[in-house]
Design a protein around this ligand. Sequence first.
Ligand code: ACO
Length: 353
Amino acid sequence: MYTRGLKGVVAVETRISSVDGENGVLRYRGKTIEEVVHGGTFESVAAFLWGVEKEDVEFSLREGRQLGTARIDFLRQVPREVSLMDQVRTVMSTLGTPTFLQKSLAEQAMLLTGAIPVITAAAYRMTKGRAPVAPDPELPYVANYLYMITGKKPTETSAKALETYLITTMEHGMNASTFAARVTVSSESDLPSGLVSALGTMKGPLHGGAPSGVLALLDEIQEVGSVEAVIQKKLETGERIMGFGHRVYKTEDPRSLVLRYACERLGAEEAWLALAVKAEAEIIRLLDQYKPGRRLYTNVEYYAAAIMKSIDMSPELFTPTFSVARTVGWTAHMVEQLKENMIFRPESVYIED
Ligand code: ACO
């Protein structure tokens, strides 16, 4: 039977996460995303998803940050007009050395996750003509990422806001990039190659497209000074409202709820966040009026944009930052795939011209 885009086809059994689109529930290893975020750190949630000890994660993430000057020099050779996602993917191709591949799969997963923010931040700074900033061994994972991007130690509020975003986007079932990673290692290729496939898939606008459309929408609302005027005009001309609606979630995207609470808790003093919260209710009301029965709510991109804006993250870094988070899910899936591996080899129907 031919199923276009594999829609509805179950190709994998997983213990890592479950996504219930009808009821709006995302679970990591049986725990709801709300439970996971509460009191969780990047390191502790990654440890939970990988099924390893938090202390081992902290140690190996620090190890993974030691990228070495050769790779930074290699990055310097990449033409500056190459996009950040392409730069990160290119350097990722160099990580699968024979010494690296002798390590256990769990350790490889942690080392790769330690390396990706270093590559991303160095590529970003060099694109801007600035020297890379070496990681600070004293800082935890998320604060370190911000430090390597800006060269300044972030406030606790900024680091916590980004950490919440990274935790909520670490893992999301059999999405296109996770599937790509699993397909790659199913040939008994290695984890860095799987990450290269995942990064190449993530960069497409149908998947990891940055929530920059939401930024533009909220900027427009701020400029015009009326949510209603902006949204009505868009809906009357058939335009889609960025950050609303989802293919799987037919109720509120649980990640969006978590990120909204994070925005309210962590950045309520920021005028822009207050605008996002106020605009959301108004937009949902208008969507219900213009598109009754479609059940259109905010998706993860709406409050991701608000969080990114509140911490001054450049829009160029949105998709690479999403990839930093998702490296945990990608590697967890690849390790799971290799435990009970069977090569993916679907069939095609030949159509005669
Ligand atoms: N604004 C206005 N109307 C919308 C929106 C929206 N954001 N989303 C869906 N609709 C309407 C459609 O116009 C359609 O109306 P109709 O019945 O009158 O034709 C109806 O709702 C159903 O639309 P579909 O495209 O069939 O819904 P689907 O669930 O397949 O679409 C999608 C999901 C693509 C995300 C859509 O909601 C959308 O385009 N949203 C805006 C872009 C966006 O925020 N993307 C990020 C998604 S999150 C992520 O990928 C990580």
